[in-house]
Ligand binder design. Sequence first.
Ligand code: NDP
Ligand code: 8X3
Length: 251
Amino acid sequence: MQSVIFITGATSGFGAATARKFAENGWKVVATGRRLERLQALQDEFGAETVHIAQMDLTDPDSIQNALTGLPEDFRPIKCLFNNGGLALGTLPVPNAKPEDWRIMAETNMMGLVHMTTAAVPMLKEAGKGASIINVGSVAGNYAYKGGNFYGASKAFVRQFTMNLRTDLADTDIRVTDLAPGMAKSEFTKVRTYGDDEANEKFYEGADPILPEDIAETVWWLANLPPHLNVNVLEMMATCQTPAGFNIRRR
Ligand code: NDP
Ligand code: 8X3
């Protein structure tokens, strides 16, 4: 029987690259996200036997439940849940950061991930040994930077939720990982700057960021590790990025 990976945020960046990696290597893929035309293109690329698509909004618990209920028999049980869908909105420091952006990040990065996970756990249990949940955190959850405010906090939540979840699932075979990347090239910065292509280009100028394919390779490695191994936290950065030092405001 082929293994199944359920991916949130499969319409772009890390999620789309991971969908391709798994589809090309013999897994069945459940690709989800809000942009249906992109999901459709992914399914057209690999065929409906390999890629099942479900339009799903992480901020809407009913749409998460519907995506799971609507899974065809041959896309069950889920062996790997890639909790990847998420976003940063805004780059302004407090007090200019926008509470409305914070609400959307909370509903997507935190509550969306929590609802998705809770709803999928019964199916992951069914998959038995080797099942895994891979949550996408971020270095922004481990280190502070100006303007990181709510986004970084939402990813710190992902890290701690991962650890607590692992404890809750201690009597199961389900593995849980917080995969925390640094600067990576995707549509992330475009979304963060409300669609500003120029800001997006500038952010990556002269740098060699992590690529979505690097993340796909890492997810592949994690999902295929021997069942007795659990990577709790995996933090990764492009070689061109290093953690910031402390900032000192001098008189
Ligand atoms: P992209 O913007 O390229 O992809 C984000 C994905 O999330 C899209 O597929 C989008 O799908 C989905 N998404 C956003 N909001 C929702 C929602 N409400 N419901 C369902 N899906 C949603 O960025 P990345 O690939 O870079 O981001 C993937 C994850 O990686 C995010 O959690 C991000 O925070 C994290 N991350 C990114 C880093 C980077 O530097 N790029 C570094 C560290 C972590 P759609 O819009 O179609 O719904
Ligand atoms: C994205 C990484 O450093 O741009 O999570 O916030 S960063």
